[in-house]
Design a protein around this ligand. Sequence first.
Ligand code: NAD
Length: 488
Amino acid sequence: MVSSGSSSASLTDGRTLFVGGAWHTADDTYDRFDPADLSRPTGTFAAASLEQVDAAYDAALGAQAAWAATPAVQRAEVLRKTADLLEAKAEEGARRLTSDMGKCIRDARGEVLRSVAILRYFAGELLQPAGETYPSSDPSVLLLTVEEPLGVVCAITPWNFPFAIPVWKLAPALGFGNTVVWKPAESAAGSAVFLTEAFAAAGLPAGVLNLVTGKGRTLSAGLTGHPRLGALTFTGSSGVGVRLRQAVADRNVKVQLELGGKNPAVVLADADLEDAAVQVTRGAMFSTGQRCTATSRVYVERTVAPMFRDLLRQQVEKLVIGDPFDDATDVGPLASAEQRDTVAGFLQIARDEQAEVITGGTIDDAGGCFAAPTVLAGVGPDSALMRDEIFGPVLVVQEVDGYEAAITAANDTEFGLSSALFTKDIATAMDFIKRTQSGLVHINRETASVEPHVPFGGLKGSSSMSREQGKAARLFFTTTKTVYLRST
Ligand code: NAD
């Protein structure tokens, strides 16, 4: 049962469920607090019940046929209008994002504008060829393929890119004619409400996008168990992703998982070391290290290691840490008290294992969720610091005896999202591109910077291997019908 429908959302009374084109609250609610100052509330959110998840599926199913039959030109127009509305309210959106999860306002503005660009990209992509013709062995037959939507898509998203990740799923999912049940992360729900309001104001028909706020674990069975679920697109931690895939494995549900990373950078003796230190610092520390593509391991050739470590320390110590709403800040708080405690646990491991602290190593929990950007050395290859995703501003440096040792160590991980090589030697760069076991490869660039119009995704334990963004999104969010058209 869905209670108290309304035409406007509210973060003060938990009216944050958007089902069937109206805003609702739930019997249970939860409160969130600004991660830069945990005494500052940021909103009250509905903790949906399983019945409300069902109602969201009913609404999505009810709206599906009409939305799929809406001409792509009109669906594109809704995406374009959503982009215009978001752009007009970009500053407000960025502030919502920052108060949700502490991303620096500069980066938050960039993320909102990137979401605008993604919406516009898919508005254009919808008008690209949507099928192919083939020569038939029968001269009376026109042999062609047409694309069709998958039906109802469940999108489950993380908190670290509260606008960009949902938009790169929702824009193609909706654009190609699917309807959606969307479950954002608890700590990104304010941004999710903002984004949903923009889609609704742009004229998306009732039931086409349904927002369900609440705890993932509580809602899991409802989200994955619906018999009419057509596809599941998930970005988040590896453990949860694997469990979700198992939950739908015995049904014909198309699954896309984008998961964790433990991304390496290799710095060779011939690299521009100063530039490499700048890039690696950005890759490791921006967004407080909370990017799936963040650099977390650096393998540096032994002959230049002392110099590189020094350059790295200087770059890291230049970063301005503090109030995420201040334009000058480079590194804000971790996203929540839970994230702070996780990072604190890894720093305790560093102490227990007597790792060398090149810089940082501390947590500042006086009212906020701050961790100092940290560079460690002297960590063994089997330490959790080298194996597990930390998802915080913590980087480990290891010295290696040349390129072969570096690539072997870089590939020695269950993850495979992004990697970087710093060198001036083109032959080594080409070899690295072939042998690195990651879905994204950067030469002389940090691991975390990506563009939105090209395929994105990982190898090994970082992904289900389907790709997101760019033209790859069409492959996931549509299916193909092959038509033999014969005149009599
Ligand atoms: P998470 O796995 O804890 O949560 C992701 C989403 O899943 C949230 O909406 C959460 O509520 C929901 N969820 C949690 N348990 C669930 C369950 N049992 N059933 C259904 N839903 C459930 O991840 P997070 O902490 O929000 O995000 C950080 C993780 O996301 C990191 O591991 C990071 O690497 C990964 N990530 C990956 C990419 C990528 O593209 N590869 C991008 C960003 C983040």
